[in-house]
Ligand binder design. Structure first.
Ligand code: PBG
Length: 330
C-alpha cells in the first residue's frame, strides 16, 4: 500500500502512540557501570577526558557503586590502577591487589551487586602491554598463565564474573580451566571476544594509565576493517567456555553487534567505550549538541543493534533520566 492509503505519520502523532509502538526500550537493567579504583583513602580524582568520571579509592568506590545499584543498575566492572608496575604485572594477581581488595569490600557492603572484574595486564605491566613481552613481541602462551592467575585471584576475592580483555589466543579456555580447578566453576566469563584496535580507547588509557610504552596493540586487538574475523573470535571464545560475549567498541561496530546477536545464542554485551563517552561530553560542553539526547540515542541504538548488556560510563546518568521520565521511558 502506498500513500495516500497508508501514512507512516499516523503512528508518530502523539507521545502516547509513539510509546505504544516503540520497539526498543532501554532500562537500567541493561547497563553495567565501569569504575576505576586506586589506592589511598578519600580519593575521588576527576578523569580529565571523561567529565563526570573519577578514579576512586575503595571507600569512595563503595559510595559510587551504592548509588548505581540504587538506580537499578545491576552490575559494575572494575578496573584497577595499581601503585606499582613491573614486567610481569605481578600486582594484577596479588591477593592484596587493588582490584582484589575492592571486590572484597564491594561484596561485603553490597552482596547483591554483580561485580565483574576486567582481567588484563596492561595497567600492571611497566611496558603497558596486555601480555608478557619477549624480544619486543607480545608472547601469547606465556601470558595465559598470568591471566588465569589473575582471574582466579579475582574469583577468590568474590568476583561474580571475570572479563578477559587482553585478546590473547586461548585465554578463555585457560581461565575456565583454572577457575574450575580452584573450585570456581560457578564464576562466569564475560569475554571481550571481538575487541578492536581502536582510537576510541584514548581517554581510558589516561584514566587507567595503561597506554603501551612502545608500539601499539595491533598484533593482538582486531583490525577495524574486519567483520568475519569477529565471528571467528566469538566462535572460539564460545567453544572455550565464554558465558557472555562482547563487542568493543560499540558505536562504530553496530554491524558487528547485530551479526553476533543473529548468529549466536549467548547473551551479547557491547562496550560503549571511553572515547564514545568523551565525544558526547565534549560536544555537550561546547554547546554543540544536547548531550542527554545524544546519550539516550546512542544507548538505544546499541540495544537496537542487539546488545543485551551495555557497559557504559553513562549508566548512572541514563538510569536517572529513565527513572525521572517515568513509565514508558525517555
Ligand atoms: C584493557 C582495556 C582497555 C579498555 C578496557 N579494557 C584499553 C585497551 O585495550 O587499550 C578500554 C575501555 C574504554 O576505552 O572505555 N585492555
Amino acid at each position: 500500500m502506498l500513500y495516500p492509503d497508508t501514512r507512516g505519520r499516523r503512528l508518530r502523532r502523539s507521545e502516547g502512540i509513539r510509546r505504544m509502538v516503540r520497539e526498543t526500550r532501554l532500562s537500567p537493567e541493561d547497563l553495567v557501570l565501569p569504575l576505576f579504583v586506586v589506592g589511598g583513602n578519600d580519593v575521588r580524582r576527576p578523569i580529565e577526558a571523561m567529565p563526570g568520571q573519577f578514579q576512586f579509592s575503595i571507600d569512595r568506590l563503595l559510595a559510587a557503586a551504592r548509588e548505581a545499584y540504587g538506580l537499578g543498575i545491576p552490575a559494575v566492572i572494575l578496573f584497577g590502577v595499581p601503585d606499582r608496575k613491573d614486567a610481569l604485572g605481578t600486582s594484577a594477581y596479588a591477593a592484596d591487589g587493588i582490584v582484589q581488595r575492592a571486590v572484597r569490600s564491594l561484596k561485603e557492603a553490597l552482596p547483591d551487586l554483580v561485580v565483574i572484574t576486567d582481567v588484563c595486564l596492561c595497567q600492571y605491566t611497566d611496558h603497558g602491554h596486555c601480555g608478557i613481552v619477549e624480544k619486543g613481541r607480545i608472547h601469547n602462551d606465556a601470558t595465559l598463565e598470568l591471566l588465569a592467575r589473575t582471574a582466579v585471584s579475582h574469583a577468590k576475592a568474590g568476583a561474580d564474573l571475570v572479563a578477559p580483555s587482553d585478546m590473547m589466543d586461548g585465554r578463555v579456555a585457560e581461565i575456565r580451566e583454572a577457575l574450575d580447578e580452584n573450585g570456581f566453576e560457578e564464576v562466569a566469563i564475560l569475554a571481550y571476544s571481538a575487541k578492536y584496535c581502536s582510537a576510541f580507547y584514548g581517554p581510558f588509557r589516561t584514566a587507567a594509565d595503561s597506554a603501551p610504552k612502545f608500539g601499539d596493540r595491533r598484533s593482538y586487538q582486531m583490525d577495524p576493517a574486519n567483520a568475519l574475523e569477529a565471528l571467528r573470535e566469538v566462535t572460539m571464545d564460545i567453544e572455550e567456555g565464554a558465558d557472555i560475549v562482547m563487542v568493543k567498541p560499540a558505536l562504530a561496530y553496530l554491524d558487528i553487534i547485530q551479526r553476533v546477536r543473529q548468529e549466536f545464542d549467548l547473551p551479547v554485551a557491547a562496550y560503549n567505550v571511553s572515547g564514545e563517552y568523551a565525544m558526547i561530553k565534549a560536544a555537550e560542553t561546547m554547546g554543540w549538541l544536547d548531550g542527554k539526547r545524544a546519550m539516550m540515542e546512542t544507548l538505544t541504538a546499541i540495544k537496537r543493534a542487539g546488545a543485551d548488556l551495555i557497559l557504559t560510563y553513562f549508566a548512572p546518568e541514563a538510569a536517572r533520566l529513565l527513572r525521572d521520565a517515568g513509565p514508558g521511558g525517555a
